[in-house]
Design a protein around this ligand. Structure first.
Ligand SMILES: NC(=O)c1ccc[n+]([C@@H]2O[C@H](COP(=O)([O-])OP(=O)(O)OC[C@H]3O[C@@H](n4cnc5c(N)ncnc54)[C@H](O)[C@@H]3O)[C@@H](O)[C@H]2O)c1
Length: 458
């Protein structure tokens, strides 16, 4: 505020009190004396998010909504055009609206790596799969760093956000130090800041989950914190390896828990008891209970993350055992079906292909393993999912009631909400006589894993 502005206020705004006038005069004096910070706003930062998939795109949109200029770097030109036109490539609650708000204003999807040179932060949200021997694959990270080498410059901060095996951030540090003029920790900064969202709830969770910030050195931690504090959540400062382990332990804790639930299901079945009844007996009114219910435990993250630990240490048996248990569940269920009824030349319908409820992501979904096993029993297999698009010609039937027509087996693969409110009398009229239901998720509410549809009373 200048002297002229102040005079204008006093003359034109009678309610402008003497007290406010004094306050503003003192502020003006202090600013002139450099005692208060200048009122000029600092330049808004810019960010390149490399890999605009399920993790990168929601983060990029949120950062853009905070006023930053964000470039989303991808490889697929057609996908990039669609995103710039406001079309989300996958299901994510709230994202279509946010995309329309920020696209071409604060968010720009591109395949052009040269935008990196104008950015303060570079965030890598690339895929980190495992290969056929269950070893971590770093090629997406290596390739992206190779492509960005000629655009990175001093004083930038690179944040690795993909889930990685321990010490990968140190490996990235060595790749960056190979770039002429770059010395991580001195004139370039590097941190590991893992993503912990659940697909479908990314926008809500980025705005609520505390962010781990693990720099390879103190300066890097402070630089990376500058970006994550903009999300308005707590930042937890640590080092890179601790953050890498914390992310892996977050996922593995859940994976082992679900494996335990699935093992309990198999044990209960051995004694011909229903797991849902037993879990209720354990948990009801007992504060130290908390046993999980069984289900298909899958998805690209939980499936692979344990192997990031095993690849270096051969002693992580709990991870390996959990993987064996969780991955064997579809075959356990198909065996139960085979023991209960004749499957050859019969028709099965799998309800749900996504690896978990209310999303459209089929990566590493156990429904495909179930399909394969049912086909091996010589069944015809029909698929239904309300969210998954039939992009790979999987033969999905769009309407659930069409899908169940003449079915001998209804096999629930995913606990999408819509399956809990199906019109059961209508389904009973559509399926074949003696139709069996295999319902690990208990979406039909019978409390049984396997039962004849006729038994359902609603
Ligand atoms: N999906 C989740 O719910 C989730 C949650 C937390 C952490 N993670 C981790 O985050 C990482 C990313 O997972 P995701 O599910 O988003 O994977 P994704 O496959 O959806 O996204 C990765 C994207 O990177 C792109 N890409 C690959 N190489 C590139 C390059 N050189 N330049 C530009 N783009 C490139 C791919 O085309 C893809 O779109 C993984 O490490 C994963 O384990 C995922």
């Amino acid at each position: 505020m200048t002297i002229i502005d102040l005079l204008d206020l006093v003359v034109n705004k009678p309610r402008f009190s003497c007290f406010s006038l004094m306050y503003h005069l003192i502020s003006l004096y202090l600013v002139k004396k450099n005692v208060l910070a200048s009122t000029r706003r600092p330049r808004k930062k810019s960010v390149a998010v490399v890999g605009i998939g399920r993790v990168g795109l929601p983060l990029a949109l949120i950062l853009a909504s905070k006023g930053l200029t964000v470039y989303g770097l991808g490889r697929d030109k057609e996908k990039i055009t669609k995103i710039n036109d406001g079309v989300m490539p996958f299901l994510e609650k709230g994202a279509p609206t946010l995309l329309r708000q920020v696209r071409k204003k604060r968010f720009f999807a591109t395949t052009d790596y040269s935008v990196i040179s104008s950015c303060d932060f570079i965030v890598l949200t690339l895929g980190t799969p495992i290969d056929e021997n269950m070893n971590p694959v770093f090629s997406q990270i290596e390739k992206a760093i190779g492509e960005m080498k000629r655009y990175i410059r001093k004083e930038q901060t690179l944040i690795l956000r993909s889930t990685v095996s321990p010490r990968t951030t140190r490996y990235v540090k060595s790749l960056l130090n190979d770039v002429e003029g770059i010395k991580v920790g001195h004139n370039f900064f590097l941190a590991f800041c893992p993503e912990r969202i659940a697909e479908g709830r990314a926008l809500e969770e980025i705005a609520t989950i505390p962010q781990m910030v693990g720099g390879v050195d103190e300066k890097s931690t402070i630089k990376a914190k500058e970006l994550f504090r903009l999300l308005g959540v707590d930042t937890i400062l640590t080092d890179d390896i601790s953050a890498e382990l914390a992310k892996l332990f977050t996922n593995m804790y859940r994976y082992i828990n679900f494996a335990m639930a699935n093992e309990f299901m198999v044990l209960a079945d051995y004694y011909q008891r229903d797991i849902h009844t037993i879990v209720q007996l354990v948990n009801y009114g007992y504060t130290r209970g908390g046993v999980s219910l069984p289900g298909f435990t899958a998805g690209p993250c939980l499936f692979k993350d344990g192997f990031f630990m095993i690849s270096e240490l051969p002693f992580a048996d709990l991870f390996l055992t959990s993987w064996k248990i969780n991955e064997s569940v579809p075959l356990f269920l198909v065996k139960k079906l085979r023991d209960a009824t004749d499957l050859v030349n019969k028709k099965a319908v799998i309800l749900g292909l996504a690896f978990k409820a209310e999303i459209d992501d089929v990566r590493a979904s156990l429904s495909f393993k179930a399909k394969k096993a049912l086909l091996r029993e010589r069944m015809t297999v029909i698929l239904h999912d309300p969210y998954v698009k039939d992009t790979q010609g999987q033969g999905l039937v769009p309407d659930v009631y069409d899908a169940v027509k003449h079915a001998d087996v209804i096999f629930v693969g995913t606990n999408h909400k819509m399956y809990s409110s199906l019109d059961i009398p209508r389904i009973k009229r559509l399926v074949n006589k003696n139709c069996m239901v295999c319902d690990i998720w208990n979406v039909f509410g019978s409390g049984k894993i396997l039962f004849p549809l006729e038994e359902l009373t609603h």
